[in-house]
Write a new protein. Structure first.
Lengths: 327, 327
């Protein structure tokens, strides 16, 4: 891998869950042994269904929640061991944009104040006028009209709110931005605007993205590499082109087959490959491969051995005992 | 085409502190038995309110004029008692969030049986048999055992299946599905769409599918109506709308959909429509889409275009298309 900005190694986040008065506690393995790296200027898409651990992963990388095990190496330094002050410094280069922009903004702060707040924290030496200049320049860059600087969050639309969220994340010129379902709540026509904006920012500033989304079609438009999660584990990871055109893992195949294509000719002629059932409870994950209870190609090893991520060609790795037989 | 259900000049407005807000205007559409009509639009386009209004389910400050006829009988202004005989028996509706549509303190079996108690003269044993048959029809495993389940014990996909089973109990003439898969994971969405396709194959029920997702429309619908700011901007057969969208908004919306089969990969596709939908409290005097339209002419800002028929079920509300100026 060309020099990695962020390297995550065997990251695990387990939550103790009370099982009632006499049940004791069980461990919910939200993220379980996840490893990946993001290079400078690269965008890595993280896909999977609800409960697969993608948001927990984002929060653990930023240390917004503690990791149970594993390492998060940011610019060569393991963030697990650093002091609160060092963590704060690291966050300057490592920002996040959330799904619901209007909920993640302080309702009592103007748009301008919200965007400028990171500057107050990280560049306290900056005077008021200089800060306002930076805020205005960033607002222009993300496509917010200058007169919005004094508006409040309740006065703006969801798309504008997401532009504010992006401006606030970008104002410190970070190296990596984590987008946690950042376009999921938006209408399609607005979603395309925000995707285009992220793509432009990425090209202009050499920004890296960790783009978390349940929507594979959106990830396809934005990401060079993709990681597929299921029940806290990586099923497949690698180059987006390889994964989207020739998926190796049965779960990746099922996800791709289930995603509707806005074209009746494609949609009505595609082979029916509906995945049965729901994901199992993360409190009682299946033995061996966690996907085996919904997999159409279960073999004798699947219940017994946990499959490791192994090279599956074209710059991608898959965690399946039988991917060779399937392709 | 003899329509089973037909709306004529439906107009829905709400009294708000800011004055009267028109949510739906001049809406006319029909759906025949055995047909699936897709109603596509973004938030605030009036796609849900139109049908809530037709079924007398509007919020207290809402008013509706026009006609909505089921088999010739106008539902607008119908006596409450008569409406109750129709809802659930001749027309059934399913919603985005099945958890809020199910009663949390009633077991699934009792909840479904109640529908039959109200609308049919079946005895207890017959009701139970009919409920089990409906649950089987929507692919619920061990249907007899699930009668004892509480809504909270079911997954989102299972709850939506229960809602569909409930809708099917009295074999209605018309099923209105309002974003039935929007809250579901993509693999579960594929399952629910397959259930709806099965209903379509097995009966001559008419289905109105309200959605923001052209991908869902592509796999299920025969005809499509595109709404923008409370009005129909285009309607036609599903093949024609996808292959040759005429209204600039339909074209923009289709072009902004991210596509999984977009082989160009990262950095491609997703042409955004600039700007945002108009504020329904302050609709522009001319075409509501004019401020966002790349081909806008002076006439578009002055005069509201009427929905003009172009033969073969295709109709478009655009001055440019009417004048033959648009591609």
């Amino acid at each position: 891998m060309s020099k990695a900005l962020l390297t995550v190694r065997d990251l695990a986040v387990h939550f103790p869950v009370s099982r009632g008065l006499w049940g004791g506690t069980a461990m919910l393995r939200a993220v379980d042994g996840v490893s990946f790296a993001v290079a400078a200027g690269e965008s890595l898409g993280v896909v999977g269904e609800s409960g697969c651990g993608k948001s927990t992963l984002a929060r653990a990388v930023l240390r917004l929640i503690p990791a149970t095990a594993g390492a998060v190496i940011w610019l060569g330094e393991d963030l697990a061991g650093v002091s609160a002050r060092q963590m704060r410094a690291a966050r300057r280069g490592l920002q996040i944009v959330f799904q619901d922009p209007l909920a993640s903004l302080d309702p009592r702060m103007t748009i301008g104040a919200s965007i400028g707040e990171p500057l107050e924290v990280f560049e306290p030496g900056l005077d008021r006028a200089a800060r306002a200049r930076r805020v205005r320049a960033m607002m222009e860059r993300v496509g917010l009209a200058p007169d919005m600087i004094n508006r409040y969050p309740h006065e703006i639309s969801g798309g504008q709110g997401q532009r504010v969220g992006i401006a606030r994340a970008m104002i410190l010129a970070p190296k990596l931005v984590i987008c946690d379902e950042a376009v999921s709540a938006l209408d399609v026509s607005i979603q395309a605007q925000i995707i285009a904006l992220l793509r432009d920012l990425q090209a202009e500033f050499g920004l890296s993205l960790l783009f978390i989304s349940h929507d594979l079609a959106v990830v396809r438009q934005l990401c060079q590499r993709v990681m597929v999660l299921y029940l806290g584990k990586v099923m497949e990871i690698g180059a987006a082109g390889a994964i989207f055109t020739a998926p190796r893992h049965p779960y990746t195949r099922a996800l791709l087959a289930a995603t509707p294509v806005p074209d009746p000719l494609v949609e009505r002629n595609k082979p029916l490959a509906v995945l049965a059932g729901d994901p199992p409870s993360p409190l009682l994950p299946p033995s061996g491969c966690v996907f085996r209870t919904r997999c159409a190609h279960v073999g004798p090893r699947c219940a017994r051995d946990i499959p490791d991520l192994s090279e599956a060609g074209e710059g991608r790795q898959a965690a399946c005992h039988y991917w060779r037989e399937l392709s | 085409m003899s329509a089973l259900f037909r709306c004529q000049d439906l107009r829905v407005c709400f009294d708000t502190p800011d004055g009267e807000v028109v949510a739906v205007d001049s809406l006319s559409l029909g759906v025949a038995a055995g047909e699936c009509l897709g109603v596509v639009g973004e938030s605030g386009s009036g796609k849900s309110q139109s049908f809530l209004a037709a079924l007398s389910l509007l919020a207290g400050n809402g008013r509706v004029t026009g006609a909505a006829r089921l088999e010739g009988e106008n539902l607008i202004g119908l006596a409450r008692r008569r409406m109750r005989r129709i809802l659930g028996a001749k027309i059934a509706m399913i919603f985005q969030n099945p958890m809020t549509a199910l009663t949390p303190h009633m077991r699934i079996g009792a909840q479904l049986a109640e529908v039959l108690k109200v609308h049919t003269g079946l005895d207890r044993r017959q009701r139970r048999a009919r409920v089990i048959a409906a649950l089987r029809q929507v692919g619920i495993p061990e249907a007899a055992r699930q009668l004892r389940a509480w809504p909270h014990e079911l997954s989102g996909g299972m709850r939506q299946r229960v809602m569909i089973a409930m809708a099917l109990l009295c074999a209605p003439r018309l099923l209105i599905a309002d974003e039935p898969t929007t809250a579901l994971d993509v693999t579960v969405q594929a399952q629910i769409l397959e259930v709806l396709r099965g209903i379509k194959r097995a009966s001559d029920m008419a289905i109105i599918l309200i959605t923001h997702d052209f991908g869902v429309v592509a796999g299920l619908c025969d005809r499509v109506v595109v709404l923008y700011a409370g009005r129909i901007v285009e309607r036609g057969d599903v093949g024609a709308i996808f292959a040759d969208p005429r209204h600039p908004y339909s074209r923009g919306l289709l072009a902004s959909m991210p596509r999984l089969d977009d082989t160009a990969g990262a950095g491609a596709g997703g042409q955004a429509i600039p700007g945002q939908p108009p504020d329904p409290r302050a609709l522009p005097p001319g075409c509501a889409f004019a401020p966002r339209c790349a081909d806008c002419q002076p006439r578009c800002r002055r005069e509201r275009p009427a929905l003009r028929s172009f033969g073969e079920g295709r109709a478009v509300a655009c001055h440019l298309v009417e004048a033959g100026l648009s591609p």
